[in-house]
Design a protein around this ligand. Structure first.
Ligand code: PHE
Length: 349
């Protein structure tokens, strides 16, 4: 059925009514579709006028021209409305509003403390060694000169691992209660001279309270060579305290006991909070306990096939969680495990 003039006009009028609800892309498409110079509907209709009988040309031509004007002004009006909408959206932007900060992770204060300690010993020539967290009873206790059933083993409140069967003594598996078994692993793997620090996680069957965590970190130190004496131990650890805390930190050594060192000592530093006059943090003593240490027991060297007549050494062990608490005055160790950003953000990136 040939399209009549009436159809053409009706079709164009219907399209005209739609212009007012078009978005920008549809508007541009419609513009081409209706007024396009090559194939626009209206353009084509106008061109067809010349084939009409003379008496029809005037009225149809007038009708089409009027439609063209209405299209042009409808397109124009719609464009204006759309661009005003964009502008008023821009007006709604409050440029004074504070930007949303992007969340970024940070280094946990305990990790930071471990890194700092490792760095200080690195400058003294200590390498880093690590060992497994699941350890044999022999390496955790026996090779470290714990006699069988020694009460010191109870003190450690060991978490044993059920690996099936009933392994003989020494071969039972456990979660290491300290990083000291890595002393043995290191000496077995590389003969002296040896200087290592050993960071790692240790486990004890402790309650989780303000001062105990069942999983906690330790950093062990071990130096074995010819001619090492207690003077080297003291000089090294005093240097560490001065580097890590401050150059005027007071230090004292108290006699102590560990099966794997002889003699053994605990090192204290002058209380970081009260400076020595006595406060709640140091329980009135003016001192804070920082680490355990001593000269490597000859039996430990023997269990690593190191000749105790030729070599001597010192060892120490400290708890980075505890040191972090002392340094920053953190009252409860659980705060270091909770991952609460309100707490952790105090320690920077
Ligand atoms: N392993 C001991 C502990 O867990 C610390 C220590 C290490 C003491 C090395 C002396 C020498 O308490």
């Amino acid at each position: 059925m040939p399209t009549t003039r009436h159809d053409v006009v009706q079709q164009l009028q219907a399209r005209l009514a739609g212009v007012d609800s078009m978005d920008e892309a549809a508007l541009e498409r419609e513009h081409v579709h209706v007024l396009g110079r090559k194939a626009g509907l209206l353009t084509a209709a106008l061109k067809s006028i010349s084939q009409l009988p003379i008496e029809e040309r005037r009225t149809f031509g007038a009708e089409l021209n009027q439609l063209r004007q209405r299209f042009e002004s409808a397109f124009e009006a719609r464009r204006r409305t759309l661009s005003q909408a964009v502008r008023s959206q821009e007006d709604d932007v409050d440029l004074t509003m504070p930007a949303r900060t992007t969340w970024s992770g940070g280094i946990h204060p305990v990790t930071r403390v471990i890194d700092e300690i490792v760095e200080i010993f690195h400058r003294l020539g200590f390498a880093v060694a690590v060992g497994p967290e699941a350890e044999t009873e022999w390496l955790n206790f026996g090779a470290l000169n714990f006699p069988p059933d020694h009460p010191a083993m109870d003190m450690h409140d060991t978490l044993y691992l059920d690996v099936g069967g009933d392994p003989p003594e020494g071969e039972r598996m456990l979660l290491r209660t300290h990083t000291s078994p890595v002393q043995i692993r290191t000496l077995q793997a590389s003969p002296p001279p040896v200087r290592v620090v050993i960071p790692g996680t240790c486990y004890r069957n402790d309650t989780f309270d303000a001062s105990h965590a069942p999983a906690f970190s330790q950093i062990e130190g071990l130096a074995v060579d010819e001619g090492i004496t207690f003077v080297d131990l003291k000089a090294t650890l005093i240097h560490f305290a001065h580097e890590f805390f401050s150059p005027d930190t007071k230090v004292r050594f108290r006699p102590s006991f560990f099966p794997f060192t002889e003699p053994s000592a605990e090192m204290d530093i002058g209380c970081l909070l009260c400076g020595g006059s006595g406060c709640r943090a140091c329980k009135g003593s003016g001192w804070m306990e920082i680490l355990g240490c001593g000269m490597v027991h000859p039996n430990v060297l023997k269990s690593c096939d190191v000749d105790p007549e030729r070599y001597t050494g010192f060892a120490f062990g400290m708890g980075p969680h505890r040191i972090t608490m002392l340094r920053y005055g953190i009252p409860d160790i659980r705060m270091l495990f909770e991952g609460d950003m309100r707490f952790l953000s105090h320690f920077g990136e």
